[in-house]
Structures are given as structure tokens and as C-alpha cells.
Write a protein that binds this ligand. Structure first.
Ligand SMILES: Nc1ncnc2c1ncn2[C@@H]1O[C@H](COP(=O)(O)OP(=O)(O)OP(=O)(O)O)[C@@H](O)[C@H]1O
Ligand SMILES: [Mg+2]
Length: 266
């Protein structure tokens, strides 16, 4: 069985892409083999899963940048736990466009780098930066026979609301040009400001604009979820509370993915 790819994205910053992709990777790895990939030079997914914040030194030349440039992910995979691996990122990912140009690489560069490991995993979960740049388009352009999916992150803000159609357009473009297996898994509300009065209006607007795309699960703000970035998963006494909304989300994601999976991939 080859890996299903799920890319979390939106060009608006701070919509919980890294938190959600990190928690999703962790939860999926309870029963299945997961490769998490950090495509954001901020390295937030890397820090979230490793607890390491000195990413420039610790992961020097051991990141997704080198995996893409050298066309092979294998030497850059690090083990997080029994079923969860990670390819980290650090600030040098900013040089990706220049390095790709120098090495004559195209938007299928991640595809080539992942080819040797596609069958080693059930899921490849990718975090992207708040930008519609190569770092977002490359994962969306990465093909899998088991399907490639995008989760659109939305924090309920007006800025993010206007970022949704732009991200959906990028998804359509990647699907047409490079990756016919690409599907939008859905729009995930992560209401970081859960008290905001306009949230209800935004929920209605998204349901009306994009029928059937909104995940039923809404991730609400929780201090324990936020603290995962400090305390990690292992031995965390408030873990159950921190993951409360993500458990049903991952269940829903799996269901949606199985419904949208390309025929003959099972
Ligand atoms: N459910 C939640 N409850 C409380 N805080 C949260 C929740 N989800 C995310 N956060 C916090 O909100 C902030 C933004 O989250 P995160 O970094 O995951 O967003 P992002 O979309 O990856 O940001 P960027 O666009 O910069 O990559 C972080 O401080 C994170 O800890
Ligand atoms: Mg992030």
C-alpha cells in the first residue's frame, strides 16, 4: 500500500496549520505509519514534533531542502516514535527557489525525492508556510496512487475567509497541471479566537460558499492544545484534553479520504 498525502495549507498566517498537521501526524501514528514533512522554513512542525527549537544548528543540512535538491528523501528522515518519522525544515528552506533553479528542478521535485519511500508509509502529512509559494505548490503537486489531499485551514477571520478561494484556486491549478490525484479533503475551522462573535456568521458563509467542504469538527481554542508546543506529547498529563477536538477531526479526515480515494487504490 502506498502512502496517502495530506497537505495542510492557507496563505493566511496563524490558522493552526503546524499545530493541526503535527497533531494529525501524531494521532494517525497510533495505528499507522506516518511521515510528517515540514515545508515551512519557520520549522514549527519540526519543533512541535521534536521539541527542538535550535533548528538551524541541530538540523543543519539535514532537512527537506537537501532531500529535494538531492532527489532522495531517505537520508533526511528522522525517527520521532515507533510509527512516526519526520523530515525537518529550517530557515535555509528560503533558498529553495534559487536552488531549484540552479539544479533545473521543477514542481515535481518532491515527488522524485519521495518515490523511494512512498510504500514505507500509510500517510505523508505536510505542513506548508503561510504563502502560495513553491513550498505550498510543490506538496500539492506531489502525486500518490492512494490519493493526494489538501486540508484548508481557516481561523474564522475575514483575512482567512478571503484566502480560502485563492488556496482552492492553487489546488485546482496543481490538480490540472501536475497532480490529477489531488482532492480538497475539506475546510477545517480552527477557532483560535473562540469568543469572537462573528464566528457563527463565518461558519454559515463557508457552508454556503463551499457546500460539503466544511469538516463537521470545529477545533476550538484550548490552552492545553497550545501548550503541546512546550510540553510535547509524551508523559503529558493533559494530553487527552489537548487532543479533544482533533480525535474526531482525524476520524472525519480518514472517512473523507476513503470516500475520495482513487478507484483501485485499495
Ligand atoms: N486549538 C488551539 N488552541 C489554542 N491555541 C492554538 C490552537 N491551535 C493553534 N494554536 C496556537 O495558535 C498559534 C498559531 O498556530 P500555528 O503556528 O499552528 O499556525 P500556523 O497556521 O502554522 O502559523 P503560520 O502561518 O505562521 O505557519 C500558535 O501559537 C499555536 O500554539
Ligand atoms: Mg505554521
Amino acid at each position: 500500500m502506498t502512502a496517502k498525502i495530506v497537505t495542510f495549507g492557507i496563505s493566511k498566517g496563524g490558522c493552526s496549520k503546524s499545530t493541526s498537521s503535527g497533531i494529525t501526524s501524531y494521532l494517525l501514528s497510533k495505528d499507522e505509519r506516518v511521515l510528517a514533512i515540514d515545508m515551512d522554513g519557520q520549522g514549527n512542525l519540526t519543533s512541535f514534533l521534536t521539541g527542538e527549537y535550535d533548528i538551524c544548528t541541530v538540523f543543519e543540512e539535514r532537512t527537506i531542502l537537501e532531500a529535494i535538491i538531492n532527489g532522495d528523501a531517505r537520508p533526511y528522515i528522522i525517527k520521532i516514535n515507533k510509527n512516526l518519522d519526520l523530515i525537518p525544515a529550517n530557515d535555509f528552506l528560503a533558498t529553495l527557489p534559487r536552488k531549484m533553479f540552479e539544479n533545473h528542478l521543477k514542481l515535481d521535485a518532491l515527488q522524485s525525492a519521495l518515490e523511494p519511500v512512498m510504500d514505507d508509509y500509510d500517510w505523508i502529512i505536510i505542513d506548508t508556510p503561510p504563502a502560495l509559494s513553491e513550498q505550498t505548490v510543490i506538496p500539492l503537486s506531489t502525486y500518490s496512487e492512494a490519493g493526494s489531499y489538501a486540508v484548508v485551514m481557516f481561523d474564522g477571520s475575514m483575512f482567512a475567509y478571503y484566502a480560502i478561494p485563492k488556496f482552492l484556486e492553487i489546488i485546482e491549478g496543481a490538480k490540472e497541471r501536475y497532480n490529477p490525484t489531488l482532492e480538497t479533503a475539506g475546510i477545517l475551522f480552527s477557532l483560535i479566537d473562540a469568543r469572537a462573535k462573528e464566528n457563527e456568521v463565518m461558519i454559515e458563509a463557508v457552508e454556503e460558499d463551499y457546500p460539503n467542504l466544511k469538516f463537521d469538527t470545529i477545533i476550538k481554542r484550548k490552552a492545553s492544545t497550545r501548550r503541546l508546543a512546550i510540553e510535547g506529547f509524551d508523559g503529558n498529563s493533559e494530553l487527552r484534553n489537548a487532543l479533544e477536538y482533533y480525535v474526531p477531526f482525524v476520524k472525519e479526515l480518514k472517512k473523507r479520504v476513503s470516500q475520495k480515494q482513487p478507484q483501485g487504490s485499495n
